[in-house]
Design a protein. Sequence first.
Length: 129
Amino acid sequence: MAESAPFRILVVEDEPVIRELLRTMLHDGPVEVETAANGVEGLKRARTQVFHLVLLDVVLPLMDGVTVCRMLKSDPATASIPLYMLTAKVKKADMEAALAAGANGYIHKPFRAEELMELVNRLREGRAG
């Protein structure tokens, strides 16, 4: 019996401590976590590798997360990847901009580990089913 491919997550976050925290928190068994430190790198990785989830900070160097989201969601090759914005911005206009760009959801910092793991597990189960 062949093993199923790992569930791959791309974390695009410019803060090294948060990036590493997310990598450690999410890397569990059949889950692989790749990271990118800026919007341009995140966009490139998302377009050249296969991911099942993208966690994307809104405020990023080189290209902001909303622009990255808009570009990924407008590209047929990446449009179906679930994409959740991670941010400390709590203004309604910021949330609306992210959702208008195509984000599937919005996760506020500071986030709870349980909240992220519930999301990952829900998406993994949907992929398997």
